[in-house]
Design a protein around this ligand. Structure first.
Ligand code: ZN
Length: 350
């Protein structure tokens, strides 16, 4: 057994050692010693733990490296304010999602049109400058980015949605050398917020190989310029804005009304007091929590494509793929074939 995998499997389900012990009947002391690599657990006990956690037995044996969050969350205040148990669960979920992505893509020849490359922020004029370079490097046409999830996946990244069970974290990203950059988004986020978070995380992947004190402001500056290039949006903001105009620009640029107001202020198209007054109006309408106009969600295609290739070209069954990725078929379908799940549940309802 790999002690790290036992920890990850347990934490991914949000269980303490005591809770897992109570639920599985395996003594807490045994779990604790196994997690510290002090004992080899009897096979039936290991099986009982795997069953309780809803993973296949061999997940606990995976010879895998478990990683921490790295620089993307080093200076993230809201994340630091979260309870340790929740952070551990999110970290464990992230690691498993990463490992399953590696297992699913192994042996597949997948070409990406573009790539992620490191940019040292000290070598460039500003994060905005890097945003413009990346737009050029990835051949992004002028105007709004129609689908940033797709753009990231075309550059070799993987975008995954997961329920973080908290609103404090929007997304987390990680780029383990030799692997694909992974972006996990909180599925509770609205589509506009998810897009900004993806741009913000892409900035961390591109610029923050090493944590920097200024990284959160830099990632926001990158995201704003990447999604709303100053040269293009400035003329639209030049005469000032009201909430109606912000809503209009939201559907065009596919970012939140708040982000539009923020951008107008940053580009000096409105005064600080005007921005404040707009935010107060937003708040009075309850729009800081839920905006009145919604945009449709970006499409995450990479993993669906991989799973479909394994099913339809390589002849795997859902059972085989769930076994390969260490989860039960129900969870596999929910995570990787959500459309099929909807179809199945529709059939059952008839
Ligand atoms: Zn950040």
């Amino acid at each position: 057994m790999n002690p790290d995998m036992l920890v990850v499997a347990r934490e991914s389900r949000g269980l303490t050692q005591g809770q897992l012990a109570a639920a599985s009947g395996v003594p807490q002391g045994t779990i604790s010693k196994a997690e510290n690599g002090l004992i080899t657990m009897a096979e039936e006990k290991a099986q009982a733990l795997a069953d309780q956690l809803g993973y296949t037995r061999d997940v606990l044996d995976w010879d895998a490296q478990v990683y921490g969050f790295g620089s993307s969350s080093f200076y993230h205040r809201k994340q630091q304010a979260l309870p340790q148990s929740r952070l551990k669960q999110i970290q464990a979920t992230f690691n498993l999602a990463r490992l399953r992505t590696n297992l699913l893509t192994k042996g597949l020849d997948i070409e990406s049109s573009y790539s992620f490359e490191p940019f040292d922020p000290d070598d460039y004029e500003s994060p905005e400058h890097i945003a413009r370079l990346v737009r050029a490097m990835w051949h992004v046409p002028m105007g709004p980015i129609r689908d940033i999830a797709r753009l990231i996946e075309n550059a070799g990244g993987v975008v995954i949605r997961s329920d973080f069970d908290t609103h404090r974290i929007s997304a987390i990203s990680q780029w383990v050398p030799g692997e694909r950059p992974i972006f996990v988004c909180n599925s509770a986020m609205s589509a506009d917020r998810e897009r900004f978070s993806l741009a913000h995380e892409a900035a961390h992947i591109l610029m923050h190989d090493r944590p920097r004190e200024t990284q959160e402001a830099e990632a926001d500056a990158f995201a704003a310029e990447f999604l709303m290039p100053a040269a293009e949006i400035r003329p639209q903001l030049a005469n000032g804005i009201d909430l109606g105009r912000a809503a209009q620009l939201k559907t065009y640029w596919r970012v939140s009304m708040s982000a539009i107001i923020h951008r107008a202020r940053d580009l000096d198209c409105i005064t600080a007091s005007r921005a404040k007054s707009l935010y107060i109006q937003m708040s009075q309408h309850g729009w800081l929590k839920k905006e009145p106009v919604e945009i449709d969600r970006d499409q995450t295609r990479f993993l669906t494509g991989v799973v479909n290739a394994q099913l339809h070209q390589n002849g795997y069954t859902v059972q085989e793929l769930s076994k390969l990725t260490g989860i039960l078929p129900d969870e596999f379908t929910r995570l990787y074939l959500p459309e099929q799940q909807t179809r199945l549940s529709l059939v059952t309802k008839e």
